[in-house]
Design a binder for this molecule. Structure first.
Ligand code: C5P
Length: 405
């Protein structure tokens, strides 16, 4: 359940900080991607180097380090996670969280995050039982922060009592349980198309387009993260296969349609590929030679199958929710709304792909989600990263299935 989940681990300064290393290893062993923030006090107990070695990532520490900020600002750091886990959480960091202080990178990221937060407190029993800590924990619990431990036992200071960091296995279990509960598409099946198609002219030439596949691949990954069993039918792209997703590689529209048909029935189909409308009718078996003085060859085209319309009209195999994309360069909304009806799909994601927007191949996208025929069924999202568009679309899909169950 935690494969590919992105966990931002905040390690604050307590004697139990060394257990963050074992925790990291166990989370990684289960396939999670762990990125760590180490507070100054935390760095007194474990070195950034050991955390970096175990996470396989740069360890973040200093809010005002120019290189940290230029590489990845604290906002992005806190948003590019599915869960923020503070382990160990000292009385000090819990107090700062409860009161909204942002005095270093860890507390700033915790204040900036819009993601769920889990804390594993660890401190002396008197500190844990202090009225101030109790009040802070009450505040944090009321805000929905998940608390694991602490447990009773012998404490580093020699005293006995409640305050020991929960066992690493129990923290891992709490993380797994959290993601299990946060997988609203568990048990659902999804198929996503992505990328361009290449339609051969001869064995070396083809007709293609500028689609990079970034948006479609991000959508497949986002659906998988929410628990859907996802097949990504990809055209030729220069992207790695997203983890946690079954990928079928195709080249032409006909191959893509065949691969999509083989996935049916599914609960949701998101057709984000830029499928060529035409293919060359008679593909030459050998490379077409340029002969001096001869007229250039003429290519006769025939129409490709419309994958989206085919899936939307698949009768009893029709997915319960069919989502198409409309890449438009003018009259974006009007054309997209017409396309929703013409293709018979349920939702259309409309984006403006005029060159000025830099959508093709770029990392950002400005989209409108059209879920019905009325004006109220159009949601215009602000310009955001393609990953963020994907996450938001996956959330909307999850909500849709929640609402109709
Ligand atoms: O008609 P147009 O290509 O603009 O429609 C875009 C939508 O239709 C996209 O969702 C795209 O994946 C899908 N499409 C398709 N098969 C085609 C052409 C477009 O699935 N042959």
């Amino acid at each position: 359940m935690i494969t590919n989940r992105r966990i931002l681990l905040v390690v604050s300064g307590g004697i139990a900080a060394y257990k963050a290393l074992e925790l990291t290893r166990e989370l990684k062993r289960r396939g999670a991607a762990v990125r760590a923030i180490l507070t100054d006090a935390g760095a007194k107990f474990v070195t950034p180097l050991s955390l970096a070695a175990l996470t396989g990532e740069k360890v973040y520490g200093d809010l005002f380090s120019l290189t940290d900020e230029s590489e990845m600002g604290h906002i992005r750091l806190s948003r590019e996670a599915d869960l923020v886990l503070v382990a160990p959480a000292t009385a000090d960091i819990l107090a700062k969280m409860a009161h909204g202080l942002a005095t270093d990178l860890a507390t700033t990221a915790l204040l900036a995050t819009d993601k769920p937060v889990m804390v594993a407190p660890s401190m002396n029993v008197r500190m844990w039982e202090h009225a101030a800590t109790r009040a802070n924990m009450e505040t944090l619990r009321t805000r929905g922060i998940v608390v694991v431990g602490p447990v009773a036992g012998e404490l580093a200071c020699g005293e006995e009592g409640e305050g020991r960091l929960a066992e690493v296995a129990d923290i891992v279990k709490a993380v797994e349980d959290f993601f299990e509960a946060a997988a609203p598409l568990r048990g659902r099946r999804a198929v996503v198309t992505s990328g361009p198609t290449f339609e051969p002219v001869d064995p070396v030439r083809f007709i293609g387009n500028r689609s990079s596949g970034k948006q479609g691949h991000a959508i497949a990954a986002a659906l998988a993260r929410l628990g859907a069993r996802t097949v990504l039918v990809s055209g030729p792209v220069a992207l790695p296969d997203p983890a946690g997703v079954e990928v079928v590689h195709t080249e032409t529209a006909e191959q893509m349609l065949r691969a999509v048909n083989e996935c049916l029935p599914v609960d949701v189909a998101v057709m984000a590929a830029a499928v060529s409308d035409w293919r060359v009718r008679d593909v030459a078996e050998a490379k077409i030679k340029k002969t001096k003085g001869a007229a250039p060859p003429r290519l006769e085209l025939s129409e490709n199958p419309d994958i989206l319309a085919t899936v939307a009209g698949a009768g009893n195999k029709r997915p319960r929710l069919v989502v198409g994309f409309a890449a438009e360069t003018e009259n974006v909304l009007a054309n997209a709304r017409a396309k929703r009806v013409a293709k018979g799909c349920d939702w259309i994601v409309a984006n403006d792909v005029s060159p000025a927007e830099g959508v093709f191949g770029g990392d950002n996208n400005t989209v409108h989600l059209i879920t019905g025929a009325n004006d109220a069924d159009v949601a215009s999202w602000p310009r955001m990263g393609k990953d963020a568009v994907a996450a938001r679309l996956a959330d909307a899909i999850a909500r849709h299935f929640g609402a109709i169950q």
